[in-house]
Design a binder for this molecule. Structure first.
Ligand code: ARG
Length: 560
């Protein structure tokens, strides 16, 4: 429908001797917030300078130029600086469902990002440590932002930038020197490595740990071999997690990759007169910008997280020429990102302005405390996932004990519950991580959405042969609502992208499912004289919900 509107505007503009491309017009067309303002609106501001007239007058003029209202519309009006289009309900309904059914998973896609690259630094756990709950947030949100960007035509590079370097490895090695035990390490690597870290972190070993890290930085054989072993074991565990979560990366790198490229960065900072000595260490003074000082090189020569991030950013720009570089990392690192983005800017990289810290808040437990430990123990991701899948299995036993493939279904429901439970909240806010709530089948939850999808699919399965005539006179209120919601999908994606906010997609999915369930309650599908149209509507709904959930990283189930 939007295309038809764009065509009308293009033709009218040509008559005014203005050439504006279809794509540009499509980009400018808005969906008014209020129904009284119609279905589409074209803002005339951009034409003011060319036509040397006020936007309001241009709107009136264009309305005249269009002439007789085309049959697809009930009305076209100039309202202030806008040209508002009121689509004929029946045309809107038929065109919308036909378009969805034709485009399938491509419905909602656009080309606006064509030829542009976006990198997303996401997940990025620290090796030799348990995969933290904060890394889960980064994984879920980063993935969704990636899918949303892809839908708009961007080439997306999801980067898992592992925390695989730093003084903590000195501590790990000391821990190993004290407690090392191959069998125990193999038995439960992450838990044993955590033990090593705790041991090596003891104050009495501080100097020893520092020395070991120094050795590691200098390529010492023994240190390197141990570090490699820790890394491999961690990666194996992380891979299993990612497989369950259904997450893939386009690049798996990490801080260690930049170890031997740090001298170059430091030299560059020096040449650009940005470094300052402070108690034997090298820093960049950012006090002028209210950003404190950023430590670049310690007095013992060791480099830091920030040094590696600067180096990695420069390398990423070389390789990807990104139009945007996103870091999905917790808000507690805000200052770190502000500092190193500023340093990149001071180094003269104009792409520094395209770097974005897209941050998230904390998971809280039901008492509103930081969700990190349970009864004083670290919460392991693996345990959380298993617990969620068990809960999901119980719910299935209650609801539909005859369901085939229960295990696979439980997995998808569990993942859907967690992903949705997170993404329905604005990412920057703290949120309560409450698995019981996430897994409820009613209300604003992942399972409710999956269930709505499965319900639509079961209706469609009952049809043997579908008639092709789409005959009907009037549309019911609920049909109109559902069609309108479906047709909002692309503008919702754009909004979610602009605000880097997947909760816009999540809330949309929920509203869509709610309207569908109301429609289904009020409008009989099978056997009604509008059966053909209503079946198309059910099909279009299920497709759009599927597409919408895919943007959240959630896979649908045909049966539930
Ligand atoms: N490994 C870090 C942590 O767990 C997150 C890394 C985020 N990415 C980055 N380029 N700094 O805190």
């Amino acid at each position: 429908m939007k295309e038809i509107v764009a065509k009308i505007i293009e033709t009218a503009l040509k008559k005014e001797k203005i050439n504006l491309s279809q794509d540009k017009i499509l980009e400018l067309i808005e969906v008014p917030r209020e129904a009284t303002l119609g279905d589409f609106a074209f803002p005339c501001f951009v034409l003011a300078s060319q036509l040397k007239s006020s936007p309001n007058k241009i709107a009136i003029k264009l309305r005249e130029t269009i002439g007789k209202t085309p049959k697809e519309f009930e009305d076209i009006q100039s309202v202030g600086p806008y040209l508002n289009f009121f689509v004929d309900r029946k045309t809107l309904a038929v065109k919308t469902v036909q378009e969805v059914i034709k485009l399938k998973e491509k419905y909602g896609s656009s080309n606006e990002g064509k030829g542009k690259v976006i990198t997303i630094d996401m997940s990025s756990p620290n090796i030799a440590k348990p995969f933290g709950i904060g890394h889960l947030r980064s994984t879920i949100i980063g993935n969704s932002i990636g899918e949303i960007s892809k839908k708009l035509g961007y080439r997306v590079i999801k980067i898992n930038y592992l925390g695989d370097w730093g003084t903590q490895f000195g501590k790990m090695i000391v821990g190993w020197k004290k407690l090392g035990n191959e069998t125990e390490l193999k038995k439960d690597p992450i838990k044993f490595m955590l033990k090593l870290y705790v041991e090596g972190n003891k104050e009495e070993y501080e100097q020893e740990a520092r020395d070991w890290f120094k050795k590691l930085e200098n390529g010492d054989k023994e240190a390197t071999a141990l570090w490699k072993k820790f890394k491999e074991l961690s990666l194996k565990e992380f891979d299993e997690l990612y497989k369950i979560l259904g997450i893939n990366f386009d690049e798996i790198s990490g801080e260690s990759l930049y170890n031997d490229k740090m001298d170059k960065t430091i030299k560059e900072l020096e040449d650009k007169k940005l470094l300052k000595e402070s108690d034997g260490a090298l820093v960049v003074d950012l006090e002028k910008y209210g950003l404190g000082v950023s430590l670049i090189k310690k007095s013992d020569g060791a480099t830091l997280y920030a040094t590696r991030d600067i180096t990695a950013a420069i390398d990423r720009f070389k390789r990807y020429k990104f139009s945007k570089m996103i870091y999905e990392v917790g808000q507690e690192q805000k200052l770190h990102f502000q500092q190193f983005f500023k340093i990149l800017e001071l180094m003269g990289y104009d792409w520094a302005k395209d770097c974005m810290h897209v941050y998230h808040g904390l998971y809280l437990d039901k008492d509103g405390k930081k969700f990190a430990t349970r009864k004083g123990k670290t919460v392991f991701m693996e345990d959380i996932l298993n617990e969620t899948m068990d809960l999901a299995k119980k719910r299935i036993e209650d609801k539909n004990p005859k369901l085939k493939n229960k295990k696979e279904a439980a997995k998808k429901i569990a993942i859907g519950a967690i992903f949705y439970g997170d993404l329905k909240n604005f990412r920057a806010n703290d949120m309560v991580f409450d698995l019981d709530r996430f897994l409820e089948f009613e209300g604003n939850t992942g399972p409710y959405l999956l269930y709505s999808y499965a319900r639509a699919k079961s209706i469609l399965r009952k049809v043997k042969a579908r008639k092709t005539n789409i005959l009907f006179e009037d549309l019911e209120e609920k049909e109109i609502e559902l069609v309108k919601k479906i047709s909002e999908f692309s503008s919702i994606i754009e909004k979610a992208y602009e605000q880097m906010n997947p909760s816009i997609i999540a809330n949309y999915s929920y509203q869509l499912a709610q309207i569908f369930n109301e429609f289904y309650h009020e409008c009989p599908v099978m056997g009604s004289d509008k059966e053909t149209f209503r079946l198309m509507l059910v099909e279009a709904f299920s497709q759009v919900l599927k597409n919408s959930l895919a943007l959240l990283g959630i896979e649908t189930l045909e049966e539930m």
